[in-house]
Ligand binder design. Structure first.
Ligand SMILES: Cc1ncc(COP(=O)(O)O)c(C=O)c1O
Length: 399
């Protein structure tokens, strides 16, 4: 008997999302009755604002929404995205330069498919969000990690990027505020990186999904606002998930030069066609509607951010840079490694995260999911009481 032909080598090389894996493990333990507190999920704990839900309910009654609609998005949502892009990223675009996707994740995937050719090197500042290297590999590109540690607030410099650049470098990934670190590049740092990319003809894929979640008066300046000429070689990614507590609605988008968006739209027309019309109507309501509830979310995140940073900093061996955006803290925990805790001596942050789950019933994502070992990611998008209780468990474990 002949053996079955092999599965796809490309997909066999793709790893399951580490953050979803840790979150699933935490939820399974919770379901089994263990009082696990999880800092693993990258999603707001708030309900979607009711005016957005109402817009969806209304859309459900309109038969036009029961049909296929243009693959690149409903005109009403594309117009809303045009206005939002001008408002928050300082970039004027035509609706034809906007493609609505099934969450920011599909926009990430399609962006790399649009600009990467086989063998291209993609500069990926690390720590990075766990999906990027896989999306780059799926586009036959090679991710080239450029690491910035806690000592530089997890932000890469132009000198580091230049040292990593080769004649195969065609793309840079730029994310501010960052997942997993919460770091926000200053306007000056952003402009410097933008000018460097412009000078070398490098595409920039900028993920702005956390742009509305910044603290201490900081604003995340878009790289195309900092360097307007860069717009012809930049794809902006965004979505409603994080700002509007709409992770489950699955609406994101990409914005870019017309020729690039034409390619991406062709891909999407074969891949998934239009995003669910009801969710698109809800997203349009979110972008066009009152933003005061969103501001309350942001204030709650800010309060939790200050709490978790100050409580984590009390643990000896943990270094906590002050994150100015998103809803993550990314402590450097190398000071906890190779020491004995409750009979276990973790050598890596992966082992440390396991120990924390086992002994403190707290779920955190190890740095290995985002680059080098030695770090943990904690999302503070959970209720204040749980947030404090979880960190107190860590304080007791590492006392
Ligand atoms: C940096 C970043 N980009 C994009 C996404 C995708 O978000 P979604 O697909 O839920 O819209 C996420 C979600 O975790 C993220 O952290």
């Amino acid at each position: 008997m002949t053996s079955r032909a092999p599965l796809s080598r490309k997909l066999s090389a793709i790893a399951e999302s580490a953050t979803l894996k840790v979150d699933a493990k935490a939820k399974a333990l919770q379901a089994a009755g263990r009082p696990v507190i999880s800092y693993a999920a990258g999603e707001p704990d708030f309900a979607t604002p009711s005016f957005i839900v109402d817009a969806a309910a209304e859309a459900l009654q309109n038969p036009a929404n029961y049909r296929y609609t243009p693959a690149a998005g409903l005109p009403v949502l594309r117009e809303a995205i045009v206005a939002k892009t001008l408002r928050d990223s300082g970039l004027e675009v035509a609706p034809s330069q906007v493609i609505v996707t099934n969450g920011g994740k599909q926009a990430v995937y399609q962006a790399f498919q649009t600009v990467v050719n086989p063998g291209d090197e993609v500069l990926l500042p690390a720590p990075y969000w766990t999906t990027y290297p896989e999306a780059i590999a799926l586009a036959d590109g090679t991710p080239v990690e450029v690491f910035a540690g806690a000592d530089q607030d997890y932000k890469v410099t132009v000198a580091q990027l230049e040292a990593a650049r080769t004649d195969k470098t065609t793309v840079l990934v730029f994310v501010s505020p960052s997942n997993p670190t919460g770091s926000v590049y200053t306007a000056e740092e952003t402009a410097e990186i933008g000018r460097w990319a412009l000078e070398h003809g490098i595409w920039v894929i900028t993920d702005e999904i956390y742009q509305n979640l910044t603290y201490e008066g900081v604003r995340a300046v878009s790289i195309v606002e900092a360097v307007p000429e860069l717009a012809e070689q930049t794809i902006l990614l965004n979505g409603v998930a994080k700002t509007y507590a709409m992770t489950g609605w699955r609406v994101g988008w990409m914005v870019g030069p017309a020729d690039a968006m034409k390619l991406a739209a062709n891909l999407q027309s074969h891949l998934s066609s239009n995003v669910n019309n009801v969710a698109q109507r809800a997203a349009a309501a979110a972008l066009n509607g009152p933003q005061d509830e969103v501001e309350q979310f942001r204030e709650a995140f800010d309060r939790r951010r200050r709490l978790i940073v100050s409580e984590l900093s009390k643990i000896d061996g943990v270094e906590v840079p002050n994150p100015l955006g998103a809803f993550y803290v990314y402590p450097d925990v190398r000071g906890l490694l190779n020491r004995e805790w409750g009979g276990v001596t973790p050598a890596t942050s992966l082992e440390l995260a396991d120990l924390i789950l086992e002994q403190a019933e707290v779920a955190v994502v190890p740095g290995e999911a985002f680059g080098p070992s030695g770090y943990l990611r904690l999302s503070y998008a959970l209720g204040d009481e749980q947030l404090l209780e979880g960190v107190q468990r860590l304080q007791r474990l590492f006392a």
